[in-house]
Design a protein around this ligand. Sequence first.
Ligand SMILES: N[C@@H](CCC(=O)N[C@@H](CS)C(=O)NCC(=O)O)C(=O)O
Ligand SMILES: [Fe+2]
Length: 370
Amino acid sequence: MKPIQLFDTASSTYTYVAFDPVTRDAIIIDPVDTQLERDLQVLREHRLKLVWALETHAHADHITSAGQLAELAGAKTAAPAGCGISTASVQLNDGDTLAFGNEQVRALHTPGHTAGSMCFVWRDQVFTGDTLLINGCGRTDFQSGSAEAMYHSLTQVLFKLPDATTVWPGHDYQGKTRSTIGQEKASNARVAGKTQEEFVAIMAALHLPPPKRIDEAVPANLQSGLRHDAHLSNSLRVQPADGYAGDVSGVLAWEWVQSGEAVLVDVRSDAERAWVGFVPDAPAVAWKQWPGMASNPNFDAELQAAVPAGKKVVLLCRSGVRSIAAAKRATELGLQAYNILEGFEGDPDSNAQRGHQGGWRFHGLPWRQG
Ligand SMILES: N[C@@H](CCC(=O)N[C@@H](CS)C(=O)NCC(=O)O)C(=O)O
Ligand SMILES: [Fe+2]
């Protein structure tokens, strides 16, 4: 029993469909958005019912169709828990299994290409994503990659599988289609017979150009590919506002924070951040008055201390109401202040009505559990 192997020439990506021959329940691994029609046709031709659309990691070189497949084919999406793909309905941890009919795949956490990357074992075969490639391996120079972690994942996780295990890679750039664990253990140019130090040196010397579509692909893939262009341009626009510089989406606010243009100030209370979650490294300055919460008489001074001269301030609250009041006050204090639309917890439904503007968590932006 082999999977159906499909190839996208633009990104040299392999997509796989595996299925239970009796029940016809199927999974698809690493589907590509531009191949949606092809993949739906393959499902129809083989009379398959898609139950899972799976990702090995958040791709940097193409956009996934997992979200669209979920809508069009009724599948559920699953992705590695460590990849920040907040829209996936199942977040996979090491050792988790997903059933399709009487078949199952088992997730192996194999960090290295990205910190969250996973491989999926099915019967006597393994889908290795961008961890193990044929006579190669995924690059480790961006997106939380680590050559040390990759060495461990290759030698201590994948190479512990039986030698006869078939390897189905996530890409091949030379037209090769499959390998085995035994073959890669014996002859993979990057890792076979190499010490960790030698491997790390090889990876450091690759100097590959960044994938052409990385800036567009990663944010889209953090939402299972559901962020369309219109939505993207909408979410990257400043909307002028009365009494402060403007309204911005979480996506744009976070771009400004990362580029050093702006400081993100969280105006929720300590208790809210502790219950719901917080944005790492964002200064917290509770808004001065809010019904049912302790008032903060030091708001003005704390806000001014949090924002260095010359920087914008983007203000975040739970739903985007307090942050408007805070942005107005910040403007009175002489700051260039923006409100983050729909705050930390903008939900997909309200976003749909408003044209997908905001919502920190909905956009898959970085945050931690309180
Ligand atoms: N040239 C390709 C990027 C190729 C690339 O960086 N591929 C990644 C996988 S997303 C990789 O790990 N390549 C390993 C290698 O080339 O050795 C593009 O612009 O999209
Ligand atoms: Fe990749």
